[in-house]
Design a protein around this ligand. Structure first.
Ligand SMILES: C[S@@+](CC[C@H](N)C(=O)[O-])C[C@H]1O[C@@H](n2cnc3c(N)ncnc32)[C@H](O)[C@@H]1O
Length: 309
């Protein structure tokens, strides 16, 4: 008992990272759009991400609020829970394990976790060392590069910082509809569902079909008078139709990069081992509220004409 309290109080002294971003690399994550999205977020005391993934916006947001992170992917949510509740034990399992292609293969194909902590260890290791953090089995390839990936020696301090940030956060693994219908009044929701047009089946374990997009729109509409939400989506006419009842639909764009190692399925060899490629993210932001002056108020770029996107 005393020993546990002593170990807990001493853990405050262990090194932490000053990086407060997501613990995960996540396909479709909003890290590169975070500055634009933050400016849209209104003042709030209760915050929820029903499609959390890597939760880039939650981790970028300085606002202190009661928060819920939810995702239907159970392995992902178990990893969040272990980071929140058992971070030193998780770090103990990761300690001294290098980022190596052979180990990636081993943890992906041969390792059978015996408990939730080992499940989290496996998931975290594979996420940090896989191409773009893609965790769907058939597309989960080695993709670590020492020039651009976070090195294993930096994982523990970053995990501790993330664990501090997750204290008091409610972590759930349910379908979005069950969650949103049950939220108490006054929550602000940042909603980042799988894209409508792009082939999301390559990235996520849970399928999201046309009916799910319709279900999401109906669910938000029936809760719209008691919850505020911002949704980010690809600019597709069907989505604009599904949300023709919303208060506003803006187009936004931002730059992002993807690093590719020479070591993926097609065996392609790049000259310097990796390539840093720049892309443009273009999405629509749908919201059901007018005011968004709560966050540090930096003027937004004028929204783009939707037809031009
Ligand atoms: C675009 S990603 C979210 C990315 C996140 N905003 C970020 O910054 O990393 C969409 C997420 O929705 C989750 N998902 C798919 N179907 C779901 C459902 N029915 N209910 C809740 N989450 C679901 C997927 O597992 C995936 O993590």
């Amino acid at each position: 008992m005393f020993r546990d309290q002593y170990v807990e109080s001493m853990s405050i002294l262990l090194p932490r990272s000053n990086k407060t971003n997501s613990p995960f690399r996540y396909p479709g994550g909003k890290f590169y759009a975070r500055h634009i999205i933050l400016r849209y977020i209104p003042e709030h005391t209760r915050y929820c991400e029903p499609f959390a993934g890597g939760a880039s916006i939650f981790f970028a947001k300085k606002y202190q609020s009661y928060s819920i992170l939810n995702d239907l992917d159970g392995e992902l949510m178990n990893c969040y829970v272990q980071i929140r509740d058992n971070v030193e034990e998780l770090i103990g399992l990761l300690e001294g394990i290098p980022a190596q292609k052979e180990l990636h293969h081993h943890y992906k194909n041969n390792f059978n976790p015996g408990n939730d902590l080992e499940r989290a260890f496996r998931w975290y290791y594979l996420n940090r060392t896989s191409y773009s953090g893609i965790m769907k089995d058939e597309n989960c390839y080695w993709g670590y590069g020492s020039k651009y990936s976070m090195r294993p020696e930096n994982w523990p301090p970053h995990l501790r910082t993330v664990s501090d940030r997750l204290q008091g956060v409610e972590l759930l693994q349910v379908d979005f509809e069950n969650l949103i219908d049950e939220l108490s009044d006054g929550f602000f929701l940042f909603i980042d569902p799988p894209y409508f047009g792009a082939d999301q089946k390559k990235f996520y374990k849970c399928n999201f079909d046309y009916e799910d997009h319709v279900r999401l729109s109906n669910c938000l509409r029936r809760n719209s008078d008691r919850l505020k939400f911002l949704i980010t989506y690809d600019n597709h006419p069907d989505i604009r139709n599904l949300y023709d009842w919303a208060c506003s639909i803006d187009g936004q764009e931002w730059n992002y990069t993807i690093n590719r190692t020479d070591d993926q399925r097609n065996g392609l060899k790049l000259e310097d081992g990796y390539r840093n490629k720049r892309y443009k993210g273009r999405e629509i932001f749908i919201r059901n509220y007018q005011d968004y002056t709560g966050m540090p108020h930096i003027p937004l770029q004028p929204p783009h004409q939707l037809a031009a996107l």
